[in-house]
Design a protein. Structure first.
Ligand code: PEP
Ligand code: MN
Length: 369
């Protein structure tokens, strides 16, 4: 295989995140007469720049938001700027951004691109279902799973080629061979693929072959990796570390958002606060809490917290009831024979039951699958 060079995007300075946002009116009017949208925006930007701040313009769904970046250490100067801007033509709202995570914050809706996966606008009415084996094992295994999950309504195929294993004696994945199998099965079955990127030097290969780049829970705080992913264009599925707070997760997302705002957060269980009978404690409380703080979509992996197949369906239904935007589920043609996570992977039949159950809950909460 030849070397694939990374020629995707650049992050020369890196977005810093706005300290103040200006939401422009859609249809500015003065004394009953319409004003030019562009003229208002230009005047606002010129005013901000004349006061030695930088502007960062985002055109969202019909509305333009101007992020103001710079030195906000002098409160009086910042207040004066805010008041002057509020009085300008075409300005609907001026607000300080107070959160630690500025790019992924709900307070800065301008940086809110929809993440598209196989026609699903993740975070919208339709749920995203990603299903497939824990690890890519063979072409037969992957293709049979892809066809089965697709026929049940999954939108994307998951499968680890590079597997971060707790034990060095456990199977480590097919690595590059697994990536090529994912690519081949994707073409044969027409399902986009989601796979984990464990190292910076794999980004170029995986960016070329995969449709969504997964950051596993062990790498959530690998800030060098996250910063390099900021230079990519594909959606990044960022898993919450088993011991991470919600701030930790959102700050990790912030690293990626400095260049690539297409991020899907994924909950996968946290360290239990008491002895539990599962592999981790399902952290569904995080769904509404995250949604209060960020516009990023939040999906749930029910398989890893469960650690056992019998709990995957109830965990999935509960996740959708709590407002999750989708699921990442492990499915295998013959779970007992799986090289990894064999106790938690669902059979094709069980996955069919999961989809039926999830459809019912989705309908009850006004979502579709
Ligand atoms: C996975 O989804 O393949 C995985 C390894 O999960 P996690 O990073 O959540 O342990
Ligand atoms: Mn697994």
């Amino acid at each position: 295989m030849g070397v694939i060079t990374l020629t995707i995007g650049t992050l020369p300075k890196g977005k810093k995140g706005a300290d103040m946002i200006i939401v422009m009116e859609r249809n500015p009017v003065k004394d009953g007469k319409p004003l030019g949208v562009k003229a208002c925006l230009d005047a606002v930007c010129a005013y901000v720049q004349a006061h030695e701040y930088e502007v960062d313009i985002s055109r969202g769904t019909g509305q333009t938001v101007v992020g103001v970046l710079g030195d906000f250490d002098e409160p009086e100067k910042a207040d004066a700027l805010m008041h002057a801007l509020r009085a300008m033509d075409g300005v609907e709202l001026v607000q300080r951004v107070s959160t630690k995570y500025k790019l992924v914050s709900r307070e800065f809706p301008g940086h809110n691109p929809t993440v598209q996966v196989n026609g699903v606008s993740v975070g919208g009415k339709q749920l995203l279902v990603i299903a497939g084996p824990c690890a890519v094992e063979s072409e037969q295994q992957l293709e049979a799973t892809a066809r089965a999950v697709k026929s049940q309504g999954a939108h994307a195929l998951r499968g680890g080629a590079y597997k971060p294993r707790t034990s060095p004696y456990s199977a480590q994945g097919l690595r590059e061979g697994g990536v090529f199998l994912l690519d081949r099965v994707k073409r044969a079955c027409g399902l986009p693929v989601v796979t984990e990127v464990t190292r910076i030097d794999l980004i170029a290969l995986l960016h070329e072959r995969a449709d969504v780049l997964q950051v596993g829970m062990r790498n959530m705080a690998n800030f060098e990796l996250l910063s390099e992913l900021a230079r990519t264009k594909k959606p990044v599925l960022l898993k919450r570390n088993i011991a991470a707070s919600l701030d930790d997760l959102l700050l990790a997302a912030e690293y990626i958002a400095r260049g690539n705002p297409r991020i899907i957060l994924c909950l996968r269980g946290i360290h239990p606060t008491r002895n539990v009978e599962t592999r981790a404690q399902l952290d569904l409380d995080a769904i509404p809490l995250l949604k209060q703080r960020t516009f990023l979509p939040v999906i749930v992996d029910p398989s890893h917290p469960a650690g056992r197949a019998d709990l995957v369906i109830p965990f999935s239904q509960a996740a959708i009831a709590m407002g999750a935007d989708g699921l990442l589920v492990e499915v295998h043609p013959n779970p007992p024979d799986a090289i990894s996570d064999n106790e938690q992977q669902l059979t094709f039949e069980q996955f069919g039951s999961l989809m039926t159950g999830v459809r019912a809950v989705a309908a009850a909460v006004g979502r579709t699958v």
